[in-house]
Design a protein around this ligand. Sequence first.
Ligand SMILES: [Zn+2]
Length: 165
Amino acid sequence: MPKLDLFQFINSQENYNKVFKAEDLTRIPQINSKNQHVNLELLGELQEKNKTKIRLLHLKINGEINLVCHRCNTALHHKIDIQNTVDVFPNQQILDAAPIEEEYYDTIIGSDNFDIQELLEEEILLSLPAFPTHKICPSHEYTAKEDKPKSPFAVLEILKQKKEN
Ligand SMILES: [Zn+2]
């Protein structure tokens, strides 16, 4: 799993780009995700406000995965397009002591051995619908056609024929 010295990364305002195989993102509920990929772009930014260092991590996540439809349990194609910025704190104590206005962004605790994939999975999980479903499930589309109600004119025609008989 890719690890990063997040403080070093932000201090030097580096950028990072990595393509993950969707099937390797094991915390995300997926089905048939072979050949699908998720691209992660990270950009570190160091700001200084009132002599306090503000460490920002900009994330851009693009890709596609197959979720599991909650109605029919088959694959549901899902595009991922996330842009977010997180405020990186050195530890929980400093985070807890930070004034509220600095918590404008989502906050995370950084580390010199930071797990990039965990952050990626977290961001994707937060973006997913709670109950993903197809607009029209593949199996329901079929039954919908079969059960299509007859037009009122067709019904009238049948009634007429019955009368005549
Ligand atoms: Zn479905």
